[in-house]
Design a binder for this molecule. Structure first.
Ligand code: PLP
Length: 348
């Protein structure tokens, strides 16, 4: 049976976490004279709940997990960084990931001085399960999978992910930043079966709250306890907690409608882009962006920018040569992009 304590770094295992007087007192007190706050009410004069308990209750109902299986952070990037800091010994341990994928896994590895092993995706952007498992050794602590994957846009075969969960003896991180746009089921349903699984989600994409910075990690309560013990005590500020609570409680139907509209827009835009002569391929997408291969991608990227339309140039990324990554906007924005692309098509 996988036990995260067995692979946590020694200094973290021995850590005495920061504690405040409010950790000793549960409930609502009438006089708070413990934290040197200014007592005059401004709505934000008090420190926020360090464990974001109200928010976790709402999320636990939406996601069908227990509050103890939830870690909340300053974006999912915080959870990624904390996983390194908890489990990877600098200059000794390594992590395995796929290529191409989300850039932060490598940046966090470099910051934490952890060697980062990349395994190229196979044809059709599928997982090279054998390649991933043969890159693992006894110092491999984390294995990152991003599904739907950024920037390729596809989801991976759940059988492949399950095989990795069954075979790898460290922690498998499944980043589901785009899961709300996907046809695939979330791996949250596997949490109780796999104690080595961490699922990442975020309010930055489908939920429309990139500005408040709220990321979620779901895992066994043992893994969540470790992350909680090393995070900054007040890592999610009170404005973020309040705003997220309102949105998750009262706006989930609106968000679901927006997601459906974005999926429809994505499919329309894909069909239109395929008609342009200089577009060579529009990859199937399970997310809110399209990976589009074209002639002279860099030139197109710069011309769009001249017209104040910003897309992401992925043309130098392995397996994405000649590709731009285009986020789905409103129908008006997508039309404007399309008009610009049509002009370029005629000029080329
Ligand atoms: C956008 C994105 C995130 C979100 O990061 P936040 O820090 O929560 O905004 C995480 N993973 C992937 C793959 C992403 O594309």
């Amino acid at each position: 049976m996988f036990d995260p304590i067995a692979i946590v770094r020694k200094n973290i295992k021995e850590l005495i976490p920061y504690s405040s007087a409010r950790d000793d007192f549960q409930g609502t007190a009438s006089v708070y004279l413990d934290a040197n706050e200014n007592p005059y009410a401004t709505k934000v004069n008090r420190y926020p709940d360090p464990l974001q308990q109200k928010l976790k209750v709402v999320i636990s109902k939406l996601k069908h997990v227990t509050p103890e299986q939830i870690f909340l952070g300053n974006g999912s990037d915080e959870a990624i960084d904390l996983l390194y800091r908890a489990f990877c010994e600098p200059a000794a341990d390594n992590v395995v990931s796929i290529k191409p994928t989300y850039g932060m896994y490598k940046v966090c590895a470099d910051i934490n001085n952890i060697s980062y092993r990349e395994v190229l995706l196979k044809k059709g952007f599928t997982l090279d399960v054998e390649g991933l498992l043969s890159s693992v050794d006894e110092s491999t602590k984390l294995l990152f999978l991003c599904s739907p994957n950024n920037p390729t846009g596809n989801s991976f075969d759940s059988k492949d992910i399950l095989q990795i969960l069954d075979s790898f003896k460290g922690i498998v991180v499944v980043d589901e930043a785009y899961i709300d746009f996907s046809e695939q089921k979330s791996f949250l349903t596997q949490l109780n079966k796999y104690p080595n699984l961490v699922v990442l989600q975020t309010l930055s994409k489908a939920w429309g709250m990139a500005g408040i910075r709220l990321g979620m990690a779901f895992a066994s309560k043992e893994i969540i306890n470790i992350l909680n013990s090393i995070k900054y005590p007040y890592n999610v500020n009170s404005l973020t907690q309040k705003k997220a609570l309102k949105k998750l409680k009262f706006k989930s139907i609106i968000v679901r409608q927006q997601v459906q509209e974005l999926i429809d827009e994505r499919n329309k835009l894909a069909a239109q882009l395929k008609k342009l002569g200089f577009v060579e391929k529009v990859y199937a997408s399970d997310a809110n962006f399209l990976l589009v291969e074209m002639k002279e991608a860099e030139k197109v990227y710069l011309s769009l920018m001249d017209n104040k339309i910003i897309v992401r140039d992925r043309s130098k990324v392995a397996l994405c040569e000649g590709c731009l990554r285009i986020t789905i906007g409103t129908s008006v924005e997508n039309l404007r992009l399309l008009r610009n692309m049509k002009c370029l098509n005629e000029a080329m």
